[in-house]
Design a protein around this ligand. Sequence first.
Ligand code: UD1
Length: 367
Amino acid sequence: MKIVHVVGARPNYMKIAPILTAVARAGFATQKLVHTGQHYDPSMSEVFFRDLGMPAPDVHLGVGSGSHAEQTAKVMVGFEKLCQEERPDLVVVAGDVNSTMACAIDCAKLRIPCAHVEAGLRSFDLDMPEEVNRLVTDRLCDLLLTPSADGDENLLKEGTAPERIFRVGNVMIDTLLQHLPKARATGAPARLGLTPGGYAVLTLHRPSNVDDPRVLGGLLGAIAEIQATLPVVFPVHPRTRQRLAALTGGPRLEALPGLKLCEPLGYLEFLGLTSQAKLVLTDSGGLQEETTALGIPCLTLRENTERPVTITEGTNTLVGTSPEKVLAAAREALAGRGKAGRTPALWDGKAAERIAEIFRTWRPLRP
Ligand code: UD1
């Protein structure tokens, strides 16, 4: 059996890494790793391969940035060619980025079985490009590997045949549990002049938050208040850095002594930081799950989430983007009334093993 795995952007690496390992260990397939090049800065790509101990990609499509159509189309053209040369028995895509959807479309047209890792998540918000990617990918993939029961329910409601759905748990948590000791050993808080348990971590990169200067300015206003009480470390995504440079309203960030801006961090340093934070504020999808697994209170700066189990079971609170609400929720957390939670079922470090076993035994339903 020949399996081709696809990664394209930062959140993909930690989802594919444990599957590569589990399949290699099970020894039933040859594997190739393809990087589409959607993310290309060393801090958004190479550092993760190093930190996660992933093999270098066998093929790099080098698509880079562009409009959604440009980026999707470039991945489709490059990956189609690769599939025609390699003729894989199975392609594995993960998450909800443009590369994920582009490769799923190629596979559907070429009639190559495709597995979607992290299937079934829905924000029900078509303003998010990721929601379009999720819908298209899940409609087309043969194997839908879901992280939690809500994923199964969403797929079934859309009319998906139950035999395409496999609840395997959360592969990102496999990676987290495996790397936590090493991440803590990086001493990331001390390197940034912070005391474990004595700071908050902030990430912002969603277009809905950073592309609108009023929303971005408002959120930074709330952060300006929080940093006066608790230091806030803010690794800045390239998209956000561009928007900050162009922002005219909002507080002057360099005048805020408690706010520490830095470049995007690698996997181990970032996990070292979040795992010892008092509080996380974010619009990331993955971080909502990681904080739930770590038991760290998380305030999600969005109006919706495709990861509701982090709210019903985990440490996540959906706060929205109004500065007053962000501040009120942060004050609660700082007063020690942050949300406690439990880890959802099957977020146990063994999701990749379950996926490898499914790949080993699965046979296409179609002739
Ligand atoms: C993408 C994903 C998003 C994911 C995020 C994680 C889509 C639609 N979005 O958003 O779901 O949460 O990755 O980071 O696939 N840039 C660089 N260097 C890079 C990559 C990007 O400078 O290595 C800059 C470019 O100016 C680019 C912009 O960031 O135009 C946005 O990059 P893009 O890949 O389009 O989307 P992300 O915002 O990163």
